[in-house]
Design a protein around this ligand. Structure first.
Ligand code: NAD
Length: 247
């Protein structure tokens, strides 16, 4: 029997990160669940089928020492690291002319810079044939959409970084992929665009599968990409968007 896979998931205290953590545990993996919010992490752990399979770690992923301390904890607790899911992120609707320098820097820090820093720290631990990284991008990194410029710019950069890392680390046996969610019902969208009839008419009703996505829809795609079923898949950006990005 192969030893269980060891994962680190950022932003695991809510939404897509929580669903991914629970999906991994259901598949027999062990997870270091990282988030700013300790209450969210405790809820994630409470939902797990096997609570012993989750170790929670409270940290701001943008903190200078966060990648080294989180990955150090995963290795100390579980002995190894196989999968990194760079999921923590922020999002809100803004056009470029309404975005301040401070807001721009915050998007770059949370959605892009920390993802690069976690990946860099994780890479030496990932073993050929087992190691996999999945970055959570967005459909807004794939096509233009009004009013999301700083967010979309960071997500397009996540797509670019994913492809470059796949090229660099494929020869070392490490796969790097991304998932680009459409509109998923989580804390990020609830109360902002979810429930807004104008958003629904413009962005949900016309897509081929006209419903909101569920965090589990994204978690299943992330699990596929880290799993052995995807052993010949690298540098791919898998849209989980009800077909939105092809219409
Ligand atoms: P969410 O708000 O439900 O969860 C995000 C989690 O990340 C929260 O628990 C939050 O505490 C954590 N987090 C945020 N900043 C952090 C930081 N600096 N340090 C540590 N933790 C931090 O949102 P979600 O919808 O699950 O989003 C997860 C990812 O999916 C994000 O990268 C987001 O951009 C992406 N995404 C979401 C949607 C959507 O429609 N919900 C669509 C496309 C992409």
């Amino acid at each position: 029997m192969t030893s269980p896979y060891i994962a680190l998931v950022t932003g695991a205290g809510s939404g897509i990160g929580r669903a991914t953590t629970l999906r991994f545990v259901r598949a027999g993996a062990r997870v270091l669940a990282v988030d700013l919010n300790p209450d969210g992490l405790a809820e994630t752990a409470a939902f797990a089928e096997d609570p012993g399979a989750i170790e929670t770690f409270t940290a701001d992923v943008t903190a200078e020492d966060a990648p080294a301390s989180a990955i150090g904890r995963a290795v100390a607790r579980f002995g190894r690291l196989d999968w990194l899911v760079n999921n923590a992120g922020i999002g809100a609707a803004k056009a470029a002319h309404l975005t301040s320098d401070a807001e721009w820097d915050r998007y770059v820090d949370v959605n892009l810079r920390q993802l690069f820093r976690f990946s860099r720290e994780a890479l030496p631990h990932l073993q050929a044939g087992r190691g996999a990284i999945v970055n959570i991008a967005s459909v807004f990194g794939l096509f233009g959409h009004p009013g999301v410029a700083p967010y979309a710019a960071t997500k397009a950069a996540v797509v670019g970084l994913t492809r470059q890392m796949a090229a660099d680390y494929g020869p070392k046996g490490i796969r790097v992929n991304a998932v680009a969610p459409g509109v998923i019902e989580t804390a990020l969208t609830r109360g902002r665009i979810v429930g807004d009839p104008r958003f629904q008419a413009l962005n949900i009703d016309p897509i081929p599968f006209p419903r909101l996505g569920r965090p589990e829809d994204v978690a299943n795609a992330v699990y596929f990409l880290v799993s052995e079923e995807a052993s010949y898949v690298s540098g791919h950006v898998l849209a989980v968007d009800g077909g939105w990005s092809v219409t």
